[in-house]
Design a protein around this ligand. Sequence first.
Ligand code: KG4
Ligand code: ZN
Length: 353
Amino acid sequence: MLVLGIETTCDETAAAVVRHLDDGRGEILSNIVLSQTAEHAPYGGVVPEIAARAHVEALDFIIAQAMIEAKLTFSALDGIAAAAGPGLIGGVIVGLTTAKAIALVAERPLVAVNHLEAHALTARLTDATPFPYCLFLASGGHTQIVAVLDVGQYVRLGTTIDDAIGEAFDKTAKLLGLSYPGGPEVEREAQKGDVDRFILPRPMLGRAEADFSLSGLKTALRLEAEKIAPLSDQDVSDLCAAFQQAVADVVTDRLRAGLRLFRERFGGPTALVAAGGVASNQTIRRALGRVASEHGTVLVAPPPELCTDNGAMIAWAGCERLLRGMTDTLDVAPRARWPLDGDGWPRRDEARA
Ligand code: KG4
Ligand code: ZN
């Protein structure tokens, strides 16, 4: 089975072709990602209107590249998948409409993929991870602990009540005069910093439910920075080290709670799966590995290029749905908000991709 996947929910214009193999894994035939980071950098974050225009300008070319690299024509595909949300609506419209046009012309089924589901299923593309597993998704727009029970069956165990973790890294970087995206910058600075000089809070520590809160930590960091301003290079490094360690401690504690809830409701998970840009942070990755082994399970962390937004994960989710006969009609609507488990009101971190 061969599927084209299109991703345009945030600031990456991406297309990929993935083959579903008989052993349950996927083979990536092409995976083209064009990042808009440089266009958004002057603003310190993603500007929706700039993102939508950039997707319009680049997408045709990116899809053509993906097809050329895969050495395929549209008629060789079994389906066309596009992220239909959640995300910045302008970009989602661009990707989904393009997918509909290709599906119509090539007379192939359309699969409208939930972007979060695509992150959730990536571990099956790379590692054929069996259900059920516990997903920790942490990016600029999402912070979620999710029980992944089957394709289309997700139970959210925890989320953030304010900022996403990546967003907190980005805001911290901005405050300290570092460039965007802030996560990698903060990690680099933290390596030179003294982790014990500043004591920052660890919000939500010890709570039984598995939710996160990051805004208090961010405020505490700002107050510390204001106390000692103007900041020397060493001050910046020390603040980054303190921040990163506080986040790693929070992640550890919240995942302990999440895995406990998982075990109570669904038995032991086959793995703890990491996804999203934040999962490329080495301190956080080590923390995840420790929590997984404490709970008698393994950490599955796909390579960074598959943790961050890409077309291969959309194509793969398309394969998984297509195999189960889960296709969509051409009138399927793009969605700015689209909670994975469909219950309750979408919280703030679901409004962004
Ligand atoms: O998954 P992603 O590429 O895009 C979405 O937000 O969907 O994640 C990007 C986010 C940004 O907020 C970025 O600062 C954060 O992930 N990030 C990191 C690191 N690399 C990326 N955060 C902490 N440490 C990193 N090394
Ligand atoms: Zn994403």
